[in-house]
Design a protein. Sequence first.
Length: 74
Amino acid sequence: MRYIGTVEHRIVARGSKSERTAVILVSAENTHVLRRRQGNTFKDPVLESLVGKTVEVEGDVHDDTLHADSWKIL
């Protein structure tokens, strides 16, 4: 599936041992934690470089995480 949105930093899993600042894709419909397939869950410099940009992401959503196969900056 394809998702279009703006990439941001947000705190996720607040109050748990997994609380962290994550890269998030914010669209008009949903908000998803953005993760490259096979990428590091906690720190990914490639996705960090997308923060502040509007992107189109192709991938699959599992729970609240969008596992990205590819993306392009719009």
